[in-house]
Structure formats: C-alpha cells, structure tokens
Ligand binder design. Structure first.
Ligand code: GTR
Length: 329
C-alpha cells in the first residue's frame, strides 16, 4: 500500500515535471559524443558549439559534450546518434562508410590532393550530396571539421616504400576499405577501437597504426610507436552530426541557429586544427620520434590503384562521385 503510494507520487511528480518542461518549452539537454581529450581541436569546437546554441537561444537549447570516448567507441556511437540515444557528435567519416556507403568516397587513399582540396570538395555540392546520403540514415551533417592527413607509424622501422609495410600488423579504423588498403601493401590489417590502440602497440598486438599528428600525440601513441612516416595517404573530414528526429523537431529558426553555430564552430576548429597539428608534430619530434618524410608518394599511390579499382567495381554507382571529386580544382 505504502509502496504503491510512493510510486504513485513519484509517477505524478515525473508527469508534472514533464508537463512543466513542455509548458515552459524547456528542452532536455543534448548529449554530444566525442572520442578526443578535452583540449583537442574537435573537443574545443564542440564546446564552442554548445555554448553558442545555449547563448543564442537564451538557454532554450542546451548541450553538453562528453569527451574522451566515455559514451563508447565510434561505430557504436554512430548507431546511437542514428537511433537518438545520443543527440549529436563529431564523427570521422572513415567508420561512417560502413553505415552510409557513399561517404566511403572520402576514405579512398589519396583521393584528395591536400587539405584545401578536401575543403573545396566538402564545402560545395559534393558535401551536400554526402549530407543527403547521411540524412537518409538518420544523421544530419551540419558542418565539416578537419582531421588533417593520416600517416603510418610503427614500433619497428621507418616506412619508406609500400614494401616496408609487408608483414606488419597495422591497426585501422573500422571499415573494410582500410583493411583492403593495408592488404594491398602486404600488411595485416586489424580493425580496432581507437581507445585500444595504445595498449595494443605497447604489448605488440599490433606493430603500427596510422593517424594524423594531433591524434598520434594526444593518445601518447608516440611513446610506444616511435617511427612516424609521412605517407599522408588519407585525408578524411569529420562531421558535426545531429540525430535526424531531433533536428526535424526544431523550428526553422532554431534549425538556422543550430546550423550557423555548427558552421562557426567549424571555422574555429579548422583554425585550432592547423595550430595543433604543428604543435603536436613539434612535441613528438622533440620527444625523440624518428620522423621520415616520404618525398615521392607515387609508389604508395600506385599500390592503392587496385584498392580504388576494387571499390569502383563493387560500387559502380559511386564512380561519378569519385570522378567529380577528382575533377574539383
Ligand atoms: C582520429 C579521429 C577519430 C578517430 C580516430 C581513429 O584522427 O579524429 O574520430 O577516427 O582517428 O583512428 O579511430
């Protein structure tokens, strides 16, 4: 009797709270997924986004970013944002390819000439086309963040030619395309969550991995894998993504406010990115990392030709998109 009474009271309080929330238009706080440490450019960009939307909506819209992967690894978080268990996130488009096949075009090795080329592609109609494909899967892409260029690093030796990868166990992000990329050079690819890489390098579960300077530095991978070879084989953008049902529930004015905040946060993130890339590189080199420049990337590009060919054979409908990227000046 007493128990039911208390439960009834709790239920009534909850209903009253919900009604009050609805009556005052007070929305719940959005939860944002992020894999990176709090002082990383992505993290600072997301925090700025959260601040802007709260300030510009006079506190009607509030958001909190959960850094350092505390809400899980990236493939799971992509599912969560699709389903609404997590409201927004910044995702690398690498693992996105498993869910939204069209986004695989930006994960093709050497598809972009450099960071500027990637920006010109993503900030134009091709970026819009990829957004549309993502929206069909329940993710609205509001803006694109930078993630630099990914290069190989390992515990064994400098990589100077694709042959040097032969026999090495290399961790890759979760996407079959990256498995093919390593296998094309005769290496063994191990897809693995970002958070497991440090320990795996340390204990020899893998010999190497690949990432940009800031991730190599912020994760301390440089402490356990001291050869960094500047292959720059992947330039993959990241998206500020929001759950589609949540997006659709916003008024047109709020959508404009949120999109604008995401874009401004991307401007900030890209500026911070350039600074951090340099600082991270200086830091790891000062710490004794053996860095080698790969002046002539032609051998790596040639090794990736079968990867492109196999991809286009499997996904003929994406051929036009790939051609359009290559044709973008
Ligand atoms: C980072 C990227 C992360 C994650 C990570 C990885 O550069 O920002 O989102 O994809 O690489 O290698 O898993």
């Amino acid at each position: 009797m007493r128990k039911t009474g208390l439960l009834g009271l709790a239920a009534a309080a909850l209903t009253a709270g919900l009604l009050l929330g609805a009556a005052t238009g007070q929305a719940k706080e959005w939860r944002g997924w992020n894999i990176h440490v709090p002082d990383y450019p992505v993290s600072l960009g997301m925090d700025a986004f959260a601040e802007m939307i709260a300030e510009r909506s006079d506190g009607r819209l509030t958001a909190k970013t959960y850094h350092s992967g505390v809400l899980g690894d990236q493939p799971d978080a992509i599912e969560q944002v699709r389903l609404g268990g997590i409201d927004f996130a910044v995702f690398n488009l690498g693992p996105m390819g498993q869910v939204v096949p069209a986004t695989n075009v930006v994960s093709l090795p050497f598809i972009f000439k450099n960071l500027d080329h990637m920006h010109r592609v993503m900030d134009g109609p091709i970026g819009e086309e990829l957004s549309a494909a993502m929206a069909e899967k329940g993710l609205v892409a509001l803006a694109w963040y930078d993630s630099g260029a990914r290069s190989f690093y390992n515990t064994k030796r400098p990589i100077e030619t694709p042959d040097d990868v032969k026999g090495m166990k290399i961790r890759v992000m979760s996407n079959d395309l990256f498995v093919g990329m390593i296998e094309a050079m005769g290496g063994n690819a191990t897809p693995m969550a970002f958070g497991e890489v440090y320990q795996s390098l340390k204990t020899g579960v893998v010999d190497g991995a690949e990432n940009n300077w800031p991730s190599y530095e912020s994760t301390n991978h440089f402490e356990v894998a001291g050869y960094y070879s500047n292959s720059e084989h992947l330039i993959i953008p990241e998206c500020v993504c929001i759950n589609k049902a949540l997006w659709d529930s916003l008024s047109a004015d709020d959508q404009a406010l949120v999109r604008q905040a995401a874009r401004e946060s991307a401007d900030l993130q890209r500026k911070l990115w350039a600074e951090r890339a340099e600082a991270s590189r200086d830091k790891v080199v000062a710490a004794g990392v053996k860095f080698n420049e790969i002046q002539d990337k032609a051998a790596f590009q040639a090794a990736m030709e079968p990867v492109h060919a196999a991809f286009l054979e499997k996904n003929p409908e994406l051929k036009e998109l790939v051609e359009k990227i290559k044709a973008t000046d």
